[in-house]
Design a protein around this ligand. Structure first.
Ligand SMILES: [Zn+2]
Length: 147
């Protein structure tokens, strides 16, 4: 670590604290591997569905741009769009919980949404994802263009 020479010990301590916080923030944004994603889905199933949804594999896919997640109940496989990477944890968890629920109930009928009520941040996560979609559709202002 590069520390300016004239710092007092107290300043140095504070500065090291700030840097450690930054590292911790980066760490929490680390992208999960497919194996970790599967473990996470298993934990969420245990937490919200008494372990009844049993995913065999959960993985990221890059060919899924119109859906956040999808699943094949017969195989117990779940796929998440790579576009979710970097989004808040509760949003990724929501999509996992959503696809786990589809392993139990196909379609989006009342029974499906009843299951989703177990996850406390369903509404918030859906709002976040709707906001992302809406923002994508806005015409880009020349000044805001990151090109
Ligand atoms: Zn669905």
């Amino acid at each position: 670590m590069l520390i300016p020479a004239r710092m007092s010990e107290a300043e140095e301590q504070r500065w090291v604290g700030v840097m450690l916080d930054k590292l911790a923030a980066q760490e929490s944004k680390r992208i999960l591997g497919d194996e970790e994603l599967t473990e996470r889905a298993e934990r969420l199933s245990a937490q919200y569905f008494e372990g009844r949804a049993r995913p065999d594999s959960v993985r990221w896919v890059t060919n899924q741009n119109t859906r956040w997640g999808s699943c094949t109940p017969a195989e117990g496989s779940i796929r998440l769009s790579h576009r979710l990477q970097g989004m808040p944890e509760y949003v990724v968890d929501y999509v996992l919980v959503h696809e786990l629920a589809h392993l139990l109930v196909p379609g989006h009928g009342p029974r499906f949404w009843e299951l989703l009520e177990a996850y406390p941040r369903t509404e918030r996560a859906r709002g976040y994802l709707e906001g992302v979609v809406a923002a994508d559709r806005l015409p880009h202002l020349p000044a805001a263009r990151g090109e």
